[in-house]
Write a protein of this length. Structure first.
Length: 104
């Protein structure tokens, strides 16, 4: 899958996860619904300006990441995606300093 296909797929998945129709996204992003449809279906050469407006409308941020850092970034992002379970902090019954040595 190419980069544009991946972006199109992500736009559609995030839009659907947020419960937005193409029309609602189009209005927020300031473009026709037909343009959103063509973008999601890979039928248009996506311009940076359109991508930026769609990202803003979906509460997403565009960021350039060094290739070497992509696995780490994907790992971090996978836990923060729409619909992902929230991270919770588990209560520890003993102080951290007592966890180092249980042998007394």
């Amino acid at each position: 899958m190419g980069a544009i296909d991946e972006i199109s797929k992500t736009i559609k998945a995030v839009r659907q996860a947020k419960g937005l129709s193409q029309l609602a996204l189009a209005k927020t992003a300031g473009m026709p619904q037909s343009h959103i449809s063509r973008i999601e279906n890979g039928g248009v050469n996506l311009r940076l300006t359109s991508l930026t407006e769609i990202a803003r409308a979906l509460d997403l941020e565009l960021t350039l990441v060094p290739r070497k850092a992509i696995p780490a970034v994907r790992s971090i992002v996978s836990g923060a995606q729409v619909g992902a379970p929230k991270l919770t902090v588990r209560q520890v019954s003993r102080p951290a300093y007592s966890l180092e040595d249980d042998d007394g």
